[in-house]
Design a binder for this molecule. Sequence first.
Ligand code: ZN
Length: 122
Amino acid sequence: MDEGEPVSIWPYTTRRWERVRQQKMMRDPLCEACLTVGEIVPAEVVDHRKPITKEGREKRSAAEAFPPLDKLASLCASHHNAKTRAEQRGEDTGAKAAIFSGGQTIPTTIGTRMPPRIVDRS
Ligand SMILES: [Zn+2]
């Protein structure tokens, strides 16, 4: 771990994270948020369901950074972006609860761009 790296990108630049990410992707290769609404979309990123706390980052907490795979989420780019935006706006709890509650749709308030669907307008 380089001392000069910004704290905010830890642990995503570590080899350990890369291993954890690959394990998660092999186990859950599809976007979990899309699956809750019946969409089959390949995951592109692995993310923490519960963001690493500021304290956790400062202490380089392995327990927070490299949790069991169940505590991680495979997401498509669209859902990852939506979640990240929600977190940045301080909406983490509600937005992520909605994304991962299982079977629930994503609130439109977080601006999620859903994958295209075939709509029969005839
Ligand atoms: Zn998705």
